[in-house]
Design a binder for this molecule. Structure first.
Ligand SMILES: *Cc1c(COP(=O)(O)O)cnc(C)c1O
Length: 373
């Protein structure tokens, strides 16, 4: 990983840090009570505060989103094959491999970023136990069609909701969909705890089981009920989350404003398309994907390079597809003929910088590079 500090560089995302002096009282409390981890007071407070803010029943905090995904699969005893999307961050499929589960890739919807429900049934075999869709960029999946297929075939649904903090559909949190939803609070995400993640559970019993699994399976001093893992969030991260939560609404508003400015600025550029979330969705503007189509003057990769040359570090999320990495590409479902929509999307997409501190001047600068081709 490279960490450049050149002031004028613009990255695809940048965390918003509250004034340091606002964090000091939290640190003083940790220093005085000497509880650093193991589900301490800030951990408990953040679980309650997030459940309330997000409109979900039960939430279990984790050290990161990948451990949360792995634990979600463990908690439902998922085995065999799981249907998932190739158009995501690699952790989605990796969490399956870490559980000894075989990912089966299904293409994304034409014109969208999420798994295509119309193609799920054809991928079901006697070994299929679950579906793991992703609410890519915070655009909600077609949750009702996925739910119908899952209930017809007796499959579990675990949503990788790493991009879906605060996302709603038809007035309801998307995090209440499926058997479990998994969030990431990584530094690059809309809401961050440096590193962190969470599982949203529908009931108290499931949450309790997950809470045991994230703490080695320990129930009490003399009882261990499962081969659990160490997935706990520490107190510094939990405290930072509580502080972040105070400013999250204004951060989301700034993201929405930047999204609108990009759309207005790019509306007249031939060959550049700005896809929107489905109607009925309240999204979080976690990413700003554009598609560079053949009508544009130069290729996607040439535009990507041109942005780099101007110190604008946009990203080609999600290129390459997960199915193209060596540990996946030999699988029958990983062939590009099985994934034409995802392959095309991966060849056209660029995610432009979007974060609350992106200034008007920086945004104008990005728009000018794209327009002045
Ligand atoms: C960030 C991300 C993850 C992994 O989360 P970490 O907290 O970084 O472990 C998983 N899936 C998707 C889609 C992500 O974007």
């Amino acid at each position: 990983m490279t960490h450049k500090t050149r002031e004028k560089s613009i990255y695809v995302t940048q965390p918003t840090l509250p004034p340091l002096k606002e964090f000091l009282p939290y640190l003083e409390k940790i220093w005085s009570n000497k509880i650093l981890t193991n589900c301490g007071p800030f951990h408990q407070e953040l679980e309650s505060a997030l459940a309330e803010y997000l409109g979900v029943k039960h939430i279990s905090l984790f050290a990161n989103g990948t451990l949360a995904l792995m634990t979600a699969l463990q908690s439902l005893r998922i085995a065999g094959e799981v249907i998932t999307t190739p158009y995501s961050f690699v952790a989605t499929a990796h969490s399956l491999l870490w559980n000894g589960v075989k990912p089966v890739f299904v293409d994304i919807e034409p014109g969208g970023f999420n798994i295509d429900p119309a193609r799920i049934e054809a991928a079901i075999t006697p070994h299929t136990t679950a579906i793991m869709p992703v609410h890519c960029y915070g655009h909600p999946c077609d949750v009702s069609r996925i739910e119908r297929i899952a209930s017809n075939y007796g499959l579990k649904v675990i949503y990788d909701a790493a991009h879906a903090f605060g996302v709603q559909y038809d007035g309801n949190s998307v995090l209440n969909q499926g058997d479990l939803s998994v969030l990431s609070f990584h530094a690059t995400k809309v809401f961050n705890t440096f590193e962190g993640g969470a599982i949203v559970s529908p009931n108290e019993k499931t949450k309790r089981h997950i809470d045991h699994l994230k703490n080695f399976g320990i129930v009490d001093e003399v009882t261990v009920v499962a081969p659990g893992i160490n997935g706990k969030m520490n107190e510094i991260s939990a405290a930072f989350g509580l502080l972040q939560l105070q400013n999250i609404d204004s951060a989301l508003q700034k993201r929405a404003a930047i999204d609108a400015q990009y759309r207005a600025g790019l509306s007249t550029v031939a060959g550049i398309v700005c896809p929107s979330a489905p109607s009925g969705a309240v999204t979080n503007h976690s990413y700003f994907p554009i598609l560079v189509q053949p009508g544009y003057r130069i290729s996607r990769d040439a535009l990507f390079q041109k942005l780099r040359d101007a110190d604008i570090y946009a990203r080609r999320y999600f290129y390459p597809l997960i199915s193209e990495f060596p540990m996946y590409r030999g699988m029958p479902s990983a062939t590009s003929s099985n994934l034409p929509e995802a392959s095309r999307m991966a060849s056209q997409v660029i995610c432009l910088p979007i974060y609350p501190d992106l200034s008007d001047i920086q945004l104008e600068n990005i728009l000018n590079v794209i327009k002045d081709v």
